[in-house]
Design a protein around this ligand. Structure first.
Ligand SMILES: C[S@@+](CC[C@H](N)C(=O)[O-])C[C@H]1O[C@@H](n2cnc3c(N)ncnc32)[C@H](O)[C@@H]1O
Length: 261
């Protein structure tokens, strides 16, 4: 466009970039919904403690233990501090079959599970009805568009989800978590660590092989990238925990406990 001024040209560039990023988001979300509508996947994420010996289920079981311990501690601290019977609220972003949601509801948390895949939330809702679980709702929803009032939740978890998001959407997801978390509220998220060679190469191979054709993203990030993004959103990291490595920086998965100031 030779007749454009430089500033107009920059705008056109930006518009093109935004359009192509939105296309990526759409492609990624479509594929994610397809993959996670699979009944086997949904059932895997319904069970709190999978019996299989694979490394994936070992990671999932370990994550479950860590998250549950943290959540129990938060409940004790918050409820104990206020010294009265209050009901804390929890949100699970990307809940799938709802393994965390059912456990949270049992602990007395008023829990909402959301997932981009309707089949997953339908499955979890049906189970919840069959079991007569109280204080538990499931609905379709996206990490990048949390349709809740600001300052709604005491606890938010987003586990095994964020590596499916593009960098642009990851930033938006952190902003959304910040919006709906109460001041003093705690979020627990995981990072697939780029500094761990095995997970980095596996995810790179998978994404290179499938992304162009299908849009399935599996991204690793460095702890530095992650912590910078989290801090830029106004959230504060209070602790991080490694999984399967004595050296945190080299751990395949790192769990972050984050607070809204
Ligand atoms: C690997 S499963 C993890 C399930 C659960 N968090 C757990 O750890 O038991 C990932 C889930 O995240 C959901 N998901 C992926 N991207 C999402 C997004 N942008 N918004 C909401 N859910 C998403 C998928 O549909 C899938 O059910």
């Amino acid at each position: 466009m030779p007749w454009c001024s430089i500033s107009q040209y920059r705008n056109i560039e930006q518009v093109n970039e935004a359009v192509s990023l939105n296309r990526i988001t759409k492609m990624v979300n479509t594929k994610t919904k397809e993959i996670y509508s699979n009944q086997g996947e949904i059932e895997l994420f319904y069970s709190p403690n999978s019996k299989s010996d694979s490394i994936v289920t070992k990671i999932l079981n370990k994550e479950y233990k860590i998250v549950m311990n943290i959540v129990k501690r938060i409940i004790n601290k918050k409820v104990g501090k206020l010294n009265k019977k209050i009901q804390l609220t929890a949100l699970d972003i990307g809940c799938s079959g709802g393994r965390y949601c059912f456990s949270f509801a049992k602990l007395g948390l008023k829990t909402t599970g959301i997932d981009i895949a309707k089949k997953a939330t339908d499955f979890a809702s049906k189970k919840s009805k069959e079991l007569g679980t109280k204080n538990l709702t499931f609905q379709v929803g996206e990490a990048t568009n949390l349709k809740f009032k600001p300052n709604t939740f005491d606890i938010i978890i987003c586990i095994e989800v964020l590596h499916h998001l593009s960098n642009k959407d990851l930033k938006i997801a952190f902003q959304q978590i910040h919006k709906v978390l109460k001041p003093g509220g705690v979020a627990i998220i995981d990072l697939k660590n780029k500094l761990n060679t095995i997970i980095n190469l596996t995810y790179k191979y998978h994404t290179n092989k499938t992304f162009k054709n299908t849009g399935h993203l599996m991204l690793t990030r460095t702890p530095h990238q992650y912590t910078r993004l989290i801090k830029n959103t106004g959230l504060k990291i209070i602790k991080s925990k490694s999984i399967f490595s004595p050296i945190k920086l080299l751990s395949p998965v790192i769990m972050y406990i984050i607070k809204k100031k």
